[in-house]
Design a protein around this ligand. Structure first.
Ligand code: ATP
Ligand code: MG
Length: 362
C-alpha cells in the first residue's frame, strides 16, 4: 500500500516559515514512528500569482482533489492589495474550499496549561479546556436567496435569507457525530429553534442523524444561551455543531478563551472519499502576518497543531496526534516562548526554527 499523501501549500508571508517547521515534524514521524507520508508542495495565493498570474493554478487544484489531506500556511500580503478582486490571493483559498466542497469547519479551543494565564477568564475556567466547534461552512444566511438591497415603497430594504436543506444539515451533523465518536462521545447542537424555521428543521435533522450514533450523548441548546455558557463554563462542552452564522461568532468566541492567535489550528472537511476519509484542508487560524514575515519571529505552533488535526481526522492516528500535542505542551511548560507568547514579565523569545526544533526534540 502506498503512503498517505499530503499536499503542502505554504502560501505567503509567514506561511512558508511556519511550514518549514511542520516539515520537520512530518519527517520525524517518517523516521521515528514508521509513519511516512508522500509529501508534495505547490503554490497558492500571492506566490501562485507571481508564477502563474492566478492565485491557484488548475493543476494545483487537481492535486488538492487527489491527496488525502491539504496543509495550507497562509495567503495574502500588502504587495497584492492592488490586484483585481478576481486574482487576489484569498481567492485561491476560496477556490480550494469551494471546489473541495468543505462544508464542515472545525475549530478547536484547547488551553495549554502553561498559557492558562493568557486567557481573560479565570484560570480554573480554562485550564485543561479542550473543546471543538463544528461550523457549517457552505450554506445558511451567507448564501441564501433572495439576498440584496431592494426598493420597497419609498425606502430600501436589505435582505438575507437563512436557508438550510435537510441534506445540508444532515452532512454537517454526520461530520460532527463522527468527530464526537473520535473524542468524548458528547455533542451539543446549537440553533434558535424558538424563533427560526431553519432552527426547527436543524434540531429535527440532527436528532434523526443521532439515531445512527446511539453512543453519542446529544444535547440541544439555543445559540444565545450557548454563547453565554461558553464563557461561563466552557468545560461542559466537548463537540458543538452549529450553522454558518452562529458558528462564525461562537468559534471566534471559543478560540479566544485560550489566548494567542499563533496557537490556533483549524480543519475544513468535506464529503468522504473512496477510502472513507473526508476531503480535508488544514490551516492555522492566523493570516500571513506581513508585519513579522521573513524575520524568524512567527510562532509555528498553530500550523503544527493543524498537522496534529490531520493526523487525527485524515489519517486515523489519534495516538500520534496526542503525542504531538503532548510535545507542544512539554515545550510550553519548559517556558519556551516565541515573541507572541511573551508576557509582560519579558524574557528572551526563541525563533520560529528554535520552537520547531524544541518540539521535535520533545
Ligand atoms: P488575515 O486577513 O489573513 O486573517 P490578519 O491581518 O487578520 O490576516 P494575521 O495575519 O493573522 O491577521 O495577523 C494579525 C496579528 O497577529 C499580526 O500582528 C501578526 O504579526 C500576529 N500573528 C499572526 N500569526 C502569528 C504567528 N503565527 N506568530 C506570531 N504572531 C502572529
Ligand atoms: Mg483576519
Amino acid at each position: 500500500m502506498s503512503n498517505p499523501s499530503i499536499l503542502i501549500l505554504p502560501g505567503d508571508g509567514i506561511g512558508p516559515e511556519v511550514m518549514t517547521e511542520v516539515r520537520k515534524i512530518i519527517d520525524w514521524f517518517g523516521a521515528k514512528r514508521d509513519l511516512a507520508f508522500d509529501v508534495s508542495e505547490d503554490l497558492v495565493g500571492g506566490a501562485a500569482y507571481d508564477k502563474h498570474g492566478v492565485p491557484l493554478a488548475d493543476e494545483t487544484m487537481a492535486k488538492a482533489q487527489e491527496v488525502d489531506a491539504v496543509l495550507l500556511g497562509a495567503v495574502g500580503g500588502p504587495k497584492y492589495d492592488v490586484l483585481d478582486f478576481s486574482v487576489k490571493p484569498e481567492r485561491g483559498l476560496l477556490r480550494l474550499r469551494k471546489e473541495m466542497d468543505l462544508f464542515a469547519n472545525l475549530r478547536p479551543a484547547q488551553c495549554f496549561d502553561a498559557l492558562a494565564d493568557f486567557s481573560s477568564l479565570k484560570k480554573d475556567v480554562v485550564a485543561g479546556l479542550d473543546i471543538m466547534i463544528v461550523r457549517e461552512l457552505t450554506s445558511g444566511v451567507y448564501f441564501g436567496e433572495p439576498r440584496g438591497i431592494f426598493e420597497e415603497g419609498n425606502e430600501r430594504v436589505g435582505i438575507n435569507t437563512q436557508r438550510y436543506t435537510e441534506s445540508e444539515i444532515e452532512r454537517v451533523a454526520r461530520a460532527a457525530f463522527e468527530l464526537a465518536m473520535k473524542r468524548n462521545k458528547k455533542l451539543c447542537s446549537m440553533e434558535k429553534a424558538n424563533v427560526m424555521e431553519s432552527g426547527i428543521l436543524w434540531r429535527e435533522v440532527v436528532t434523526r442523524v443521532g439515531e445512527d450514533y446511539p453512543d453519542v450523548e446529544l444535547s440541544h441548546m439555543y445559540a444565545d444561551n450557548g454563547a453565554m455558557q461558553l464563557v461561563r463554563w466552557p468545560k461542559q462542552f466537548d463537540v458543538i455543531v452549529t450553522d454558518n452564522l452562529f458558528g462564525d461568532i461562537l468559534s471566534d468566541c471559543a478560540a479566544m478563551l485560550t489566548g494567542s492567535l499563533g496557537m490556533l489550528p483549524s480543519a475544513s472537511l468535506g464529503a468522504p472519499m473512496e477510502n472513507g476519509r473526508p476531503k480535508a484542508l488544514y490551516e492555522p487560524v492566523h493570516g500571513s502576518a506581513p508585519d513579522i514575515a521573513g524575520q524568524g519571529k512567527a510562532n509555528p505552533i498553530a500550523c503544527i497543531l493543524s498537522f496534529a488535526m490531520a493526523l487525527r481526522y485524515s489519517f486515523d492516528q489519534g495516538a500520534e496526534a496526542d503525542r504531538l500535542e503532548a510535545a507542544v505542551q512539554t515545550v510550553l511548560a519548559d517556558g519556551v516562548r516565541t515573541a507572541d507568547l511573551m508576557g509582560p514579565e519579558g524574557g528572551v523569545p526563541v525563533s520560529t526554527a528554535e520552537m520547531g526544533d524544541k518540539i521535535v526534540a520533545a
